[in-house]
Design a protein around this ligand. Sequence first.
Ligand code: 9WN
Length: 442
Amino acid sequence: MRPARPRSSLRDRAARVLDANWTGTSTVPSRTLYPHQWSWDSAFIAIGLRHVSPLRAQGELETLLAAQWGDGRIPHIVFNPAVAPDAYFPSPDFWRSSTAGRAAGAPASVQTSGIVQPPVHALAAWLVHRADPGLSRSRDFLARVYPALAAWHRYLLHRRDHGGAGLVSVIHPWEQGMDNSPCWDAPLRRVSPARAFRRADLEHGAAQDRPTDLDYGRYVRLASDYRDAEYADGSGELAAFAVEDPAFNALLAASEHALARIACELGAAGTARHARAERLTAALVRRLWDPEAGMFFCRDLRGGVEGEAGGGLVREYGISGLLPLILPTLPREVGRALVDTACGPHFGVGDLVRMAPSYDLLGPAFDPHRYWRGPAWFNTNWLLEHGLRLHGEHARAGRLRAAMLDVAGASDFAEYVDPRTGAGRGARGFGWTAALTLDLLA
Ligand code: 9WN
């Protein structure tokens, strides 16, 4: 009898996923569903990749930053010219970045989308540097990425503060990254859906797990209107969809803290950046915190009471509203209340679920299988795990970590999972699931 071969470790399996998704210059989220480079995926991927190859992790971020626009925006997709144009919709000929984006400074050498995704990049750059400071210094990694990251944050803070209250607004659900979250249902209802388009996602993903055709019609309308306006921001008129989101802004504040550390490492002062992160944290609490609910909500700038400035809060419990927990200077009582909400009946962490759902277990729109309307995702759970630790909840964070590792391995690094059972849904061999597994194991 031949001796049994030892089973590969979870670490080896996760590293193999990242190898399989590596294109030579960056990592795709999934070979089938998402065959290009995505912005916040790359940041999370770099955070995990640094444990396997700090050099590749640096390259991942450098490739993304090479596609930055002149106005500072980092596009949400950088297209791989070697991939067939119809492999993903919307394709480069929909976005037409090098022509429609010319005035905003889109690069001529590479095709990209024209919208953005959450700013996880400075945080990723700092963590990647810390993994191998010697290598990083020998390649001037931080000195090279710092100006690009500073321009990125400047773009968001100066060109995207549509509410004028010190927070960034997203102008498309894809920008926030939780595409069909029920938090967007009300603001999206005002958008008249486009009709003529061909979805490529349904060739690889189950229709009942993906956004609906009606959602897609609205995504396409918002993106094509923005493109037709040459990706101009702040024309004076409020965008059809303009929402201040807790996770997007919390990630920006966390990334400002990281930029401050990068500045210090480069011999400059980080004080102004830390102060900006504090201001963002304060604005988050002022604009989006509901003390009675113990929750951060999205603010729909076009919603609220007719004729009143400032919009209205969308009182849907999305996972985004828990993620300000990653902020070190959140007021103590806010942090305590958020932990209670995370562990209470809406999200059930440590009790009703294996991993935190993307949306309220008690919400009428909760669906454990449909994308961001209930399933648990690894990036948001990784952030939550950090947030719990930061607020002294080590035992709870430890249990969540153990569940994530178990579910990641058993689901073959699924894109998302049923939050109650941990059963895998969507793509397998998903980039950030493998990467964040590596980070949790380190
Ligand atoms: C649109 C790549 C991306 C993630 C998003 C996720 C999904 C795209 C899509 O995939 O969005 O950007 O086609 O559905 O919602 O968070 O970055 O993994």
